[in-house]
Design a protein around this ligand. Structure first.
Ligand SMILES: [Zn+2]
Length: 239
């Protein structure tokens, strides 16, 4: 876990969404939220990344790609790192680099139902219920499945990838008492989606920083019908 704050950075080192997924010799940086590049470097050489996945172009999921861009071109002299992102991301984010990424990345547009292979891992993408085109991600390796909801409202389900994820990493921006928007989940909704999709384990992330996480755990566990784990920067989950 490189960053787990929902929407904006929390006090005391709370980076936004970002996850380093490793299997064997394969390393994927999934979401590049603000603060996650710094945290990534404590766990992985940037030159050892095999791919980057960006689920959508909200800043809390993508802005540290700019740091990687500079480091790749002027620090590592490394080009062509694969970036999987919804169509149009290269152009949208490119406005801050003068429309020229200098070849740092090999862009791959992904849409609902698309698949990709990175090293020994297989990726699938599913369009969630969130305003910009947003892709949930399933990563399969060694017969184990990680499903990451990215950002979504309750009108999308992890069932899109089939039931029984070994670990469901679910956004849980809100709580029961929140006056929230329908394109994010409450902890209880995340728990309910995990139970209905028969996830084996549930980890909550992307909590709104002003909320008490203990309440999110309580409401999430009621929805899930079992124990869950709260994501936190530098926490390592073994699947
Ligand atoms: Zn977000």
């Amino acid at each position: 876990m490189l960053g787990t704050s929902g929407s904006y950075g929390a006090p005391a080192g709370g980076a936004c969404s970002g996850y380093l997924v490793r299997s064997g010799g394969t390393a994927i940086w999934m979401d590049c939220g603000n603060g996650t590049l710094a945290n990534l470097q404590r766990h992985c050489g940037v030159e050892d990344l095999d791919a980057v996945v960006i689920t959508h172009v909200h800043p809390d999921h993508c802005v540290d790609l700019y740091g990687l861009h500079v480091l790749s071109l002027y620090g590592l002299e490394h080009r062509g790192l694969p970036v999987y992102a919804p169509g149009g991301t290269e152009r949208l984010l490119g406005s801050l680099v003068g429309g020229d990424w200098g070849g740092a990345f090999a862009w791959h547009d992904v849409g609902d139902g698309d698949r990709a292979e990175v090293g020994a891992t297989a990726l699938r993408f599913s369009r969630t219920h969130h305003p910009p085109p947003t892709m949930a991600v399933e990563i399969t390796a060694d017969g184990k499945r990680l499903v990451y909801t990215a950002d979504t409202g309750p009108d999308w389900s992890p069932e899109a990838f089939g039931p029984g994820a070994d670990l469901l990493l679910a956004e849980a921006t809100y709580q029961d008492s929140s006056d929230g928007y329908p394109f994010h989940l409450t902890a209880r909704q995340a728990g309910t989606l995990a139970r209905e999709s028969r996830a084996r384990r549930l980890m909550l992330t992307h909590l709104w920083p002003r909320l008490d996480p203990a309440i999110s755990v309580e409401e999430g566990e009621e929805g899930f019908g079992g124990r869950l784990t709260l994501a936190a920067p530098h926490l390592v989950a073994t699947i």
